[in-house]
Ligand binder design. Structure first.
Ligand SMILES: C[S@@+](CC[C@H](N)C(=O)[O-])C[C@H]1O[C@@H](n2cnc3c(N)ncnc32)[C@H](O)[C@@H]1O
Length: 218
């Protein structure tokens, strides 16, 4: 059952892609370079938004599933993917999927906007649903040294996050000041690749499971 919450993205959804695609497209291209799509692999995009990232994998033959709690963002994803992926209205803290079911789990520009509790629960769920030999791909803001270009991107990002609303902005600031992704990683996950992008404002992380949970599926 999906608990009804107000849709924070209702007003943003219609213009989200037009405004953010110039920033997001190069990030996705870099993520695909680091972790290429494989035809037939199962990919779950958590906080899939308008489905632009998921579409990159589906276009290359992956079997795509997207989950988001915003009906407005999912509506755009449905138009984009038009029956080519399974799109689910739901909450990342309680993924309605079996354990060990996905070859790849993607979370793009999603984790920074969550409270620490929701971030921790969402990461825990991502670990649960990815296969033991699978990969979790995270694209998000990075806390670390930046080039001058990174500082310029950080100023722009901060403006965008501020426009997104006071709660959103508060979580963004708290996420960065707590160290970003690495300290938020739950037990059972390790960083196999960290690739700073946008001058260090953001990074792409490839995360793998460390535990020995086996299911006989691998
Ligand atoms: C900044 S957007 C990023 C969308 C997309 N991943 C991208 O890269 O363009 C964050 C998305 O996360 C979704 N979201 C936030 N909290 C969520 C939660 N607890 N469960 C599922 N989706 C959530 C929002 O509705 C929104 O669509």
């Amino acid at each position: 059952m999906v608990t009804t919450v107000s849709d924070d993205y209702a007003a943003i959804a219609p213009w989200y892609d037009r405004f953010l695609e110039p920033i997001d497209r190069p990030l996705r291209a870099k993520a695909l370079e680091l972790c290429p799509a494989v035809p037939g692999q199962s990919v779950l995009d958590v906080g899939c938004g308008t489905g632009s990232h998921l579409a990159e994998y589906v276009d290359r033959g992956a079997v795509g599933t997207g989950l988001d709690r915003s009906p407005a963002m999912l509506e755009t994803a449905r138009r984009r993917l038009a029956g080519r992926a399974s799109l689910v209205l739901g909450d990342a803290t309680s993924l309605p999927f079996d354990s060990d079911g996905f070859d790849m789990v993607v979370a793009s520009l999603f984790l920074h906007e969550l409270t620490p509790e929701v971030r921790s629960a969402s990461l825990g769920e991502m670990v649960r649903v990815v296969r033991p030999t699978g990969t979790i791909v995270v694209i998000d803001y990075r806390n670390g040294p930046m080039r001058w270009r990174g500082h310029a991107w950080r100023a722009l990002s901060t403006g965008i996050e501020r426009i997104a609303g006071s709660d959103h902005y508060r979580q963004y600031r708290a996420y960065l000041s707590s160290g970003g992704l690495p300290p938020a990683l739950p037990a059972g996950l390790e960083v196999s690749v960290e690739k700073p992008v946008s001058g260090g404002n953001l990074a792409i992380w490839l995360l793998t499971r460390t535990d020995e949970r086996t299911t006989g599926k691998d």
